[in-house]
Design a protein around this ligand. Structure first.
Ligand code: FES
Length: 164
């Protein structure tokens, strides 16, 4: 499988790995097919994401897309951060093999969930779940369904999130 230099670089040296202990929002997502899991933390000030970190137990593409997604959201308003699609993350990485595009959906979803969590904590009301699910489903639908063929090693029972 051919990965771009940028994907390999973010996989080998992921940015923003770790936790934000006093995070304002946390997003947890998992892909039931491959078993990969991702957790994203955001810190928000004046409506902007001032810091973002992640922990991903998953394939190289999931790690690279988490890394790039956290880079892309830093400094963005919540509105602009919500407009970051999985395709934008993949493009910023110089593209992903079609069979690995679904990994970028995980990054988009983790980000949206972290923002949703922040909104729930601060306003008591999160994102419009139906609208959000439709959006993610739409992006996931665009992705080639090659997951089973390329499924990465699923974490074992009781495995915790590992830092990249
Ligand atoms: S996210 Fe599971 S194979 Fe990439």
């Amino acid at each position: 499988m051919q990965y771009s230099t940028k994907v390999m670089e973010h996989f080998a040296n992921p940015r923003n790995v770790g936790e934000i202990p006093d995070a304002d929002g946390i997003g947890n997502v998992g892909n039931p097919v491959c078993g990969d899991i991702m957790r994203m933390y955001i810190k928000v000030a004046d409506g902007r994401i001032v810091d973002a970190k992640f922990k991903t137990f998953g394939c190289g593409a999931a790690i690279a897309t988490s890394s790039m997604a956290t880079e892309l959201v830093k400094g963005k308003t919540l509105e602009d951060a919500l407009r970051i699609t999985n395709k934008a993350v993949a493009e910023a990485l110089g593209g992903l093999p079609p069979v690995k595009m679904h990994c970028s959906v995980l990054a988009e979803e983790a980000l949206h969930k972290a923002i949703d969590d922040y909104l729930k904590r601060t306003t008591g009301k999160g994102l419009d779940v139906k609208e959000h699910e439709e959006l993610v489903a739409e992006h996931a639908h665009d992705v080639e369904h090659g997951h089973e063929a390329e499924a990465c090693e699923a974490p074992g029972e009781g495995d915790d999130l590992a830092t990249a």
